[in-house]
Design a protein around this ligand. Structure first.
Ligand code: FAD
Length: 385
């Protein structure tokens, strides 16, 4: 057993945990990040994230990585289109360079954070299997290989299925009633021109009740789609996702009536469609202060995808580090200040999503504007998963 009582011990090297480690480092506070995956390249990091000027970019600034961040931005990819399922354009907005939510690849953003940390900060291949309180703010973390570490300050940045969360709360994520199926089309401008045109230069949304298509244009004409279906888990369990052709055929059946250039995001996809069931913690999830431990990001406030999760995780990391730097020698005061602000921030974000900004509300507003022949200025905020 090793004792690690002077460091901040962070579980999880996602965007939240790494932002925390980076801003701690800038403030001279040592940290160790334990990550379950064996290496930075162990898992594909997913596609594009739009990083917002009101949360994610504030964290990038706190991490002093704005120049590196700007170099990652995909120019022109803030464009947005909203289409009817029959292909009619309801809303269209070009990227004129003045938007506040540039798109970057998640993996590249994670890499600039990793590159900004002192060597050895992240311990790869350390999957936490259990945690227990030892009293006096100390906790024992046990890893899958049986090794342990004792912490002075423990931070759960370990995502939806956090192993640290039970120290603070008995909440567990519940199925939201919706899953997404991820698909890819490659070199779409030459191989799938009608679909490439429908998606446009950035993001495309098309939906009707219970069914959604989102697609992002990535580099080299790759179209990355999230096909959303509101169905119970059992509905998806009945589909064999190890049989790519059968799974594609079953999902495509649900979009048969859609314009061919849109349903092609399913029927023409390459590789196996990937199922991602969506889970969320209760909206009001919070906890009483427990000495020596806290949570950030999805571990604290996993929500149905609303385009804010990674942004909030990064801001949590930056704000927690700042709180610790602002309260030298008084970790509990720092954790209290961080948690109170984080609970308010989360409630405001989730509240905004529930207050007239759902996709259904957006579509209703666009339909209304179209019927009235008024210019469209439906307050489009991030709506993709
Ligand atoms: C389909 C989909 C699309 C999304 N799109 C967007 C988007 O466009 N914009 C946006 O802002 N958000 C988006 N989100 C949400 C976003 O991905 C999350 O909110 C964000 O990744 C949370 O960051 P995090 O650092 O808290 O957790 P994570 O990114 O989940 O990182 C947690 C880390 O902890 C590690 N870990 C987990 N368990 C253990 C363990 N037991 N031991 C050690 N390590 C462990 C994991 O390997 C991982 O590296 C999307 C989510 C989904 C599902």
């Amino acid at each position: 057993m090793t004792t690690d009582s002077t460091h901040v011990t962070i579980i999880g090297a996602g965007l939240g945990g790494l932002t925390l480690a980076r801003v701690l480092h800038l403030n001279g506070i040592p940290a160790t990040v334990y990550e379950g995956e064996p290496s930075p390249a162990a898992r594909a990091q997913g596609g594009l994230l739009d990083i917002h000027d009101y949360n994610g970019q504030l964290a990038v600034e706190a991490a002093d990585l704005m120049d590196e961040f700007r170099a990652l931005v995909l120019e022109g990819h803030e464009a947005m289109r909203v289409l009817e399922p029959d292909g009619t354009v309801l809303f269209e907005k070009d990227d004129d360079g003045t938007g506040g939510r540039p798109e970057v690849y998640r993996g590249e953003l994670r890499q600039i954070l990793l590159d900004s940390l002192p060597a050895g900060t992240v311990r790869w291949g350390h999957k936490v299997s259990g945690v227990r309180a030892l009293g006096e703010s100390r906790h024992e973390v046990t890893f899958a290989d049986g090794s342990t570490v004792v912490t002075g300050l423990l931070v759960g940045a370990d995502g939806a299925w956090s192993r640290v969360r039970p120290l603070l709360s008995s909440a567990t994520p519940a199925y939201t009633g919706k899953s997404v199926v991820e698909t890819y089309l490659y070199e779409a401008d030459t191989r799938h021109p009608a679909t490439a045109k429908a998606v446009g230069g950035g993001m495309m949304i098309s939906l009707k009740p219970g069914r959604e298509l989102f697609a992002h244009r990535e580099r080299a004409g790759t179209l990355h789609a999230y096909v959303g279906l509101e169905e119970p888990r059992e509905w998806f369990d009945a589909i064999d996702f190890t049989d790519a052709a059968a799974a594609t055929e079953r999902i495509a059946r649900e979009f048969r009536a859609w314009a061919p250039e849109l349903s092609a995001l399913i029927t023409e996809a390459e590789g196996a469609p990937t199922l991602r069931p969506l889970y969320a913690l209760p909206t009001e999830h919070r906890w009483e202060r427990v000495p020596g431990v806290t949570l950030l990001g999805d571990a604290a406030h996993l929500a149905p995808p609303n385009g804010e999760g990674a942004n909030l995780a990064m801001l949590d990391g930056a704000e927690l580090a700042r709180a610790l730097a602002a309260h030298p020698g008084d970790v509990e005061a720092a954790l209290s200040a961080y948690e109170q602000a984080m609970f308010v921030r989360t409630a405001e974000t989730h509240g905004a999503d529930e207050d007239g900004h759902s996709l259904e509300d957006l579509m209703a507003e666009l339909h209304r504007a179209r019927a009235e022949g008024t210019p469209n200025n439906a307050g489009v905020r991030s709506t993709h998963t």
